[in-house]
Design a protein around this ligand. Sequence first.
Ligand code: ADE
Length: 253
Amino acid sequence: MKFRLILRQIYTMRFDILTVLPELIESPLNHSIMKRAKDKGLLEVYLHNLRDFAVGKHRQVDDYQFGGGAGMVMKPEPIAACIEQLQQERTYDAIIYTSPDGVRLDQELCNRLSMLDNVLVLCGHYKGVDERIRETYITLEISIGDYVLSGGELAAAVIVDSVGRLIPGVLNDETSALFDSFQDDLLAPPVYTRPAEWEGKSVPDVLLSGHEKMIEDWRHEQSLERTRVRRPDLYEKYVHGDHDKINSVENLR
Ligand code: ADE
């Protein structure tokens, strides 16, 4: 079954992103689908420069780590000041910290996040944030993969993009997100466009047949086979999974 997303009411989803490098996030969220989502008023993304919340002549946002060791740590005060100011205006459904230590972002987590209204994302930088910030404010830590980025900004952009496109109304044909790779624990089938014959290679006949049921069956078989070969872990999950399960948002709040 493909219909695992419950549609949320149609109104704006808001992301507040706290960072020391807002420039790193701006560009990916100002083009294509994300730009359209913002233009349609379905997605709002606010970038907050933590330096604006730092005090002192140098507006310092990082400092040496206690106990020694290479690398700087993000100071707690500017982060706390920014979060508390934002919390005076609204309640956040999730306060996310981007970090390689977090839970791995996958399609199911994106689906669940897309049902929230207000999400705050704190981008880790340098050696990370002072642990007390994690203990005090963070409700969810997310990693986008088992590798280390120079900072959490690109991870935040990935989260906003992968979640934002799931907000109803963002994609032209709303069902298209339902048929993305991973949406049913399966990879997407191969796709073709014109010309039907290219460099001696033809498009599979079934796709030219106009027979909807046969095309649907072919795509499903291709998805299954591609997943079995390329991602045996996902294939096992699909074979043994509960495909009628509705993703729950409850444990994110
Ligand atoms: N910051 C550095 N590496 C990261 C990762 N893999 N995911 C999320 N945030 C990160």
